[in-house]
Ligand binder design. Structure first.
Ligand code: AMP
Ligand code: MG
Length: 419
């Protein structure tokens, strides 16, 4: 029996970041950037107006005793620059985002015109308030946001909608990221039947697959549904072989305990470099982890595909995923060492958390809420059996209760917030 830390270390030793790939921005959200993104273009690319109003020369307004009359020479719209120059005593109508015409250096917003209707006539004149106008007002300067050559997103950053927008704004249509891991999931067990199909005697629903596939998608990985496999060595070996060719990592559930037909670990042991673990946690004690070699394709080197043999019990499968598989998958995705596991936060166990000493860390399913005192408070979310998915479904956190007699009412416990 090994500790959770030791099991995590064994997993991480078998997981390396996937190679960098150049991906279109549209598919790269949540990926980890593999090289600094350098601006190819300045933002803004040209001086432009921050307001709807009139582009003028500030010299014509500064020092004036009252409103000044300007003759309107034309208009500049976003995407439609004005070709003529604005001379002394002249102004141009200008809309937000339009290039500042030559000659002009300041924008007077429409709110600071005297008696004008908006939009004003194409030609004619307009009275502009002179008070409080300073040169450069309401002009966005070329390069004031980003200069060409600036690093806008650093290597190791996780892409977000705003970062994707920044990368687009500086002229790139693609970004170099660690490939999003394609993670296959197959469940094992002769007794399993997919939702919607009739149950025969002794059969149960396959609940693990849909849950794990959904969790993978939430975590930013690309889930691949590989179906259900019988408790049969030949079939398991074939399924495993096919899976590692298609995927960057594989999750299986079931078949890693001590039972007669717990064959996943047997097969994994034969085809890969496997570690079968008894982890000192409850639930999710049995766990198998192996690395299976798969062809790289097109002259590329052999790929080392991590395989996570999660336990079959539904709660165990999800807890094992959270504590053991997810950190390994995040390393594949290129996340840094400090960003592999969700950091535990302290919480108050209002009614206590009951357990007995058994040498294990208990990952109890709890409902956590942030209270008015600024602290997290938790209570058990329901029945705590490893087969009782209802308690997991009601939970938004795992309380990590160390070996011993549990947490007294009002005591503190570390929690991992996953929901
Ligand atoms: P195993 O580890 O294969 O012995 O499975 C442990 C328990 O989990 C057994 O009661 C299985 O029937 C159940 N189980 C295994 N796989 C699944 C699954 N995909 N969905 C729901 N229950 C499962
Ligand atoms: Mg089984």
């Amino acid at each position: 029996v090994i500790s959770l830390d030791e099991a995590q270390a064994a997993v991480l030793a078998g997981c390396a970041p996937l190679p960098a790939v150049c991906w279109p921005l549209a598919v790269a959200d949540r990926c980890v950037v593999a090289t600094d993104v350098v601006a190819a273009e300045a933002v803004p690319g040209f001086d432009n107006s921050a307001m709807d109003g009139f582009a003028v020369r500030a010299d014509d307004l500064t020092g004036a005793a009252g409103p000044v009359e300007f003759s309107i020479v034309g208009q500049a719209l976003a995407g439609h620059p004005l070709s003529m120059e604005v001379g002394p005593g002249e102004c141009a109508r200008i809309m937000t985002g339009a290039p500042l015409p030559r000659g002009a250096d300041t924008v007077v917003p429409v709110e600071r015109t005297v008696g004008a209707t908006w939009p004003p006539a194409d030609a004619g004149s307009v009275l502009l308030v002179s008070e409080g106008v300073a040169r450069g007002d309401h002009v966005r300067r070329a390069g004031e946001d980003v200069r060409s050559g600036d690093v806008v997103v650093t290597r190791g950053s996780v892409l977000t909608p705003a970062r994707l927008g920044v990368i687009a704004s500086v002229g790139h249509a693609s970004v170099v990221v660690h490939a999003r891991p394609r993670v296959g999931v197959f469940t094992t067990g002769d007794e399993l039947v997919g939702p919607g199909w009739p149950l025969a005697a002794g059969q149960i629903r396959d609940s693990n697959r849909v849950g794990l596939l959904a969790q993978l998608a939430r975590d930013g990985f690309a889930p691949v549904d590989l179906g259900r496999v019988d408790d049969d060595e030949g079939e398991l070996a074939a399924a495993l072989g096919a899976a590692v060719r298609r995927c960057d990592a594989l999750l299986t559930t079931g078949g890693v305990s001590m039972g007669e037909v717990d064959l996943v670990r047997v097969v994994l042991d034969r085809v890969g470099d496997m570690q079968w673990m008894q982890v000192a946690i409850k639930p999710a004690k049995p766990f198998a982890f192996g690395v299976v070699e798969a062809p790289g394709g097109a002259g590329r080197p052999v790929r080392r595909v991590p395989v996570f043999g999660l336990p079959g019990n539904p709660v165990s499968a999800l807890v094992s995923y959270e504590l053991l598989a997810r950190p390994g998958l995040r390393r594949l995705a290129g996340h840094g060492d400090g960003d592999l596991v969700r950091a535990p936060v302290p919480a108050v166990a209002d009614d206590g958390l009951t357990r007995r000493p058994d040498g294990k860390l208990h990952a109890m399913r709890v409902v956590a809420s942030l209270a008015g005192d600024g602290r997290w408070h938790v209570h058990p979310s329901g029945a705590q059996g490893s087969h009782q998915l209802g308690g997991m479904a009601a939970a938004n956190a795992l309380a990590l209760v160390p070996d011993g007699d549990g947490v007294p009412p009002g005591g503190t416990v570390d929690i991992v917030l996953f929901g």
